[in-house]
Design a protein around this ligand. Structure first.
Ligand SMILES: [Zn+2]
Length: 173
């Protein structure tokens, strides 16, 4: 499983889910993450706490999407934002009605998944940077954004610094 750090490297998600989280943040989702990807041992520790009535509900290890890096537990107000706007980004709420802070990522439902923005990371960003002729470190930072804007201006595309379907098609990626 390819994973990516999120939330100032405090947490991690599977790379596709992390990219989606970055897009939601750019779209206005407030910051703050309670829990994201978990190791088997971390899930076991949370399960033990739950069984000892010392913590919130947690599934047994081997049964949680957190161990696949495909689940986020969010505090307010991020939770409210994702509950309202997360569906088109692929985030499913109320998987377990007892856990209204828990959201799970479904790639097939993510209508924004081909969109690269500042904060995006990974192989798709590397491919973009290579096409733009800039250092291909796989991290979409301010320099990548500036290069995207310059490219968009040159090619009569909306110069928003976001590599969406039209810009990516123009670049051939
Ligand atoms: Zn959860």
């Amino acid at each position: 499983m390819k994973t990516t750090k999120i939330d100032d490297d405090e947490h991690w998600l599977a790379s596709g889910a992390a990219a989606s989280y970055a897009r939601m943040r750019a779209a206005g989702c407030p910051d703050g993450v309670t829990s994201a990807g978990r190791t088997h041992a971390e899930q076991q520790a949370l399960r033990d706490k739950f069984l000892a009535h010392e913590g919130a509900f947690a599934l047994p290890p081997g049964h949680s999407q957190h161990e696949l890096g495909l689940a986020l537990d969010l505090p307010k107000p991020a939770r409210g934002w994702v509950r309202r706007h997360g569906a088109s980004h692929g985030w499913v709420k109320d998987v377990n009605p007892k856990e209204n802070w828990h959201m799970e990522y479904r790639k097939a439902a993510d209508t924004h998944r081909d969109v690269l923005i500042q904060g995006s990371r990974g192989a798709a960003v590397k491919a973009l940077q290579t096409k733009l002729g800039i250092t291909a470190d796989g991290i979409f930072g301010p320099k990548t954004k500036a290069a995207v804007i310059a490219y968009q201006k040159e090619h009569d595309l909306e110069a928003d610094g976001i590599a969406g379907p039209l810009t990516r098609k123009s670049l051939g990626i």
